[in-house]
Design a protein around this ligand. Structure first.
Ligand SMILES: [Zn+2]
Length: 301
């Protein structure tokens, strides 16, 4: 059994690029628990709140139930659920999962594979993160489920070679930085050490994991802070390419005001003339799938 391939192909409920990271988040959570407690089972009522929090932080913008992945992951052949009355999941109802004493764990084959190969756990976590989330969020999600990526082993994507992919990423970054003249499209940050730009990144608008293309129509040059906030849905763009800030973001310091809140309604900086601008369809995807809640209304002066 090639567990990496199987986990890399976890069925998403996504249609038309809609994000449904429920199963990957449950898998990551379960990997974190397995690392600490290989023999432990996860009682639904004990982990429900943790899963709810994970889904709220890294799941889709609309509210979803942690009961769905707990039940549906069984069909992917990596997870099993038992209740007080025996094997099998009782369904996707929160109440029935709680009251039946439902508990889940990895299937025996995966548990033995994880115990026999200590590097497998980190590789599975890497695959789940790479297939479902943008790189700027990997460290945060890993920390939220109690996994340490530094010691977890390298990424091995099913069917993918790291070499050509990395070269493509470097070439894309170069093109994006030139198009935006080595400045953050949100704040204008243009730091460099000597001749090398630092803290500037090529950000995908529609995530690569969701068929977002590697081209200028889908990328922005952003500083590290604004890249992170854009991928977390704090920042977004409206159809007129003006910056939106989520009403759910709160920051009271002058720094938070200056670097985030004051961006409300600002227009993008760049790209330079003759460069392709971000396409409306990718902005629409980001607004629907990543941006959190409603945008703030610009303050009237
Ligand atoms: Zn910036």
């Amino acid at each position: 059994m090639d567990w990496i391939e199987r986990v890399g192909k976890l069925r998403q409920w996504s249609r038309n690029g809609a994000r449904a990271p429920h199963k990957p988040l449950l898998m990551l959570y379960a990997l974190g628990r397995f690392r600490r407690q290989p023999d432990g089972v996860m009682r639904y009522s004990d982990v429900e709140q943790d899963l709810r929090d994970l889904l709220a932080d890294y799941g889709p913008a609309h509210q979803t139930s942690p009961a769905y992945p707990f039940h549906h992951l069984v069909s992917d052949g990596v997870w099993e659920v038992r209740t007080d009355s025996g094997a099998g999941s009782p369904g996707t109802g929160v109440q029935v999962l709680r009251e039946s004493g439902a508990r889940g764990q990895f299937v025996p084959g995966l548990r033995s594979a994880l115990s026999e190969d200590p590097a497998l756990l980190g590789r599975l976590a890497q695959v789940l993160l790479e297939v479902h989330f943008p790189p700027s969020l990997h460290g945060d999600i890993a920390a939220a489920v109690g996994l340490d990526l530094e010691t977890g082993g390298g990424a091995v994507l099913p069917g993918g070679g790291a070499g050509p992919g990395r070269r493509r990423a470097e070439e894309l970054r170069r093109q994006v930085l030139i198009a935006y003249e080595y400045r953050c499209a949100f704040c204008g940050f243009d730091g460099a050490m000597g001749r090398v730009p630092v803290g500037l990144e090529a950000a995908h608008v529609r995530w690569w994991a969701f068929q977002g293309p590697d081209d200028l129509a889908n990328c922005l040059c952003l500083c590290s802070l604004h890249h992170k906030l854009f991928d977390r849905g704090v920042l977004g763009l409206d159809p007129g390419r003006r910056i939106t800030v989520s009403r759910e973001f709160v920051g009271r310091s002058d720094a938070a005001k200056g670097q985030v809140l004051d961006l409300t309604g600002q227009t993008l900086i760049g790209p330079q003339g003759g460069s392709e601008r971000v396409a409306g369809e990718h902005i629409a995807w980001h607004t629907a799938q990543v941006f959190r809640g409603r945008p703030r209304v610009p303050e009237c002066v």
